[in-house]
Write a protein that binds this ligand. Structure first.
Ligand SMILES: [Zn+2]
Ligand SMILES: [Zn+2]
Length: 387
């Protein structure tokens, strides 16, 4: 299918009429199907997905639905394609787009937001008041690919220009899929204070966001950076990403360990990435008076909180949802400067056709899987085939 006249394409980047994508049926059910090619609208571009990283949130969406919201409800049996941590090549420009050119390599933020609500105007587009309002009469233009609009488990996606970040050739496709994870950590550290040079930081939980949280905190000049967790192999990666100290909470009480490392004072900031039930209370006992905690993960059940300790010690508690305030752009700048090697958390790669196997590796942490990347054949190879 040819693109409409006001969409810019390039003969070197031919666009097929149909493309393949994984489609969510009933809970847990994904099928690889043909879909008609999408057309980018104003301020949008068509992206060929070159690589995408699996995120734990994908399992929530595929198994249970939320936080995905399609046509005002659960995402099942609506032709929806999940997946949100991807990178690729710009293939077509919607009307009026001059920020990008066909052939640009880009990585993505997830949330475009509606751009018209109070929170979007403040840069908090991941907390858009019109989340999911992008259908029928309720269309406020909100887009969060892989959550409220089609995502990246397929060959193509449409992105708002605000969600794209150009990357240079020194960054591999796999590394580029990790920019948004680093961007989420950057957003958390932004809320804690932004310039954390010389301030002490604890990161709790060595998942992907926690590990890159260590890297970003160190790149921002934090000193010391302490990482707590249960898995030695992940704590070791944390050291290579910049942690000055690691604490295995199976061996040591993390509050005691942090107090000891800081000469009894506690730290200035805690970035909580574990989602453990006691994590907020432990964070409160790790920070000093007037210290700050940012929650980037949460337990599935409701938990009791030591509010008196928080208030008596003037402790600030923040939370973040996703990658707001252009944190992803700033994270990409660190990665472009090689301030840390995000690829240390990339453990496995699968072709797109084998997505279910890739998901199984990520879900069951087979082979100590941390970040599992799924790939399409590179666009350059496709161009060679077509020639
Ligand atoms: Zn994610
Ligand atoms: Zn909004």
């Amino acid at each position: 299918m040819p693109m409409p006249e006001d969409v810019v394409t390039h003969p070197d980047y031919p666009i097929p009429g149909m493309y393949k994508a994984w489609v969510l049926g009933d809970p847990g059910q994904l099928t690889y199907e043909e879909k008609p090619m999408m057309v980018p609208g104003p301020a949008e571009v068509l992206v060929h997905i070159d690589a995408i990283s699996i995120c734990a949130t994908d399992f929530e969406i595929i198994d249970h639905g939320p936080p995905a919201l399609i046509e005002g409800g659960l995402p099942f049996n609506k032709g929806f394609t999940p997946g949100h941590e991807y990178m690729g090549t710009v293939m077509a420009l919607g009307p009026g787009v001059d920020e990008f050119a066909v052939g640009d390599r880009v990585t993505v933020e997830i949330h475009a937001g509606c751009g018209r609500c109070k929170r979007c105007r403040e840069g908090m587009y991941t907390a858009c008041v019109n989340y999911g309002m992008n259908y029928g009469n309720a269309d406020k233009g909100h887009r969060a690919n892989g959550f409220s609009t089609d995502g990246g488990y397929g060959e193509y996606a449409v992105n708002h220009v605000n969600t794209l970040i150009r990357i240079d050739d020194s960054m591999s496709d796999e590394e580029a899929t990790l920019v948004v994870t680093a961007g989420t950590a950057m957003y958390g550290l932004t809320e804690l204070g932004g310039l954390v040079a010389g301030e002490s930081v604890v990161v709790t939980g060595p998942g992907p966001i926690g590990l890159l949280g260590v890297a970003v905190a160190k790149a921002l000049g934090a000193q010391p950076v302490i990482l707590t967790g249960t898995r030695d192999n992940r704590l070791d990666i944390g050291k290579r990403l910049g942690a000055d100290h690691v604490v295995n909470v199976r061996e040591r009480d993390p509050v005691e360990a942090v107090r000891e490392i800081t000469g009894g004072k506690g730290v200035d900031y805690v970035l909580e990435c574990s989602g453990a039930a006691n994590a907020l209370n432990e964070a409160a006992y790790m920070v000093n008076r007037g210290g700050r905690i940012c929650l980037a993960a949460f337990p599935s059940e409701k938990v009791p909180v030591d509010v008196a300790h928080l208030v008596r010690n003037n402790i600030y508690v923040y939370s973040i949802r996703g990658e707001g305030k252009s944190g992803t752009h700033r994270a990409e700048a660190f990665m472009r400067q090689k301030r840390f090697d995000a690829t240390l958390i990339h453990t496995h790669t699968f072709p797109m056709a084998e997505l279910p196997e890739a998901l199984r590796h990520a879900r069951e942490r087979i082979g100590d899987a941390i970040k599992v990347v799924v790939r399409n054949p590179p666009i350059a190879a496709r161009r060679a085939d077509a020639a």
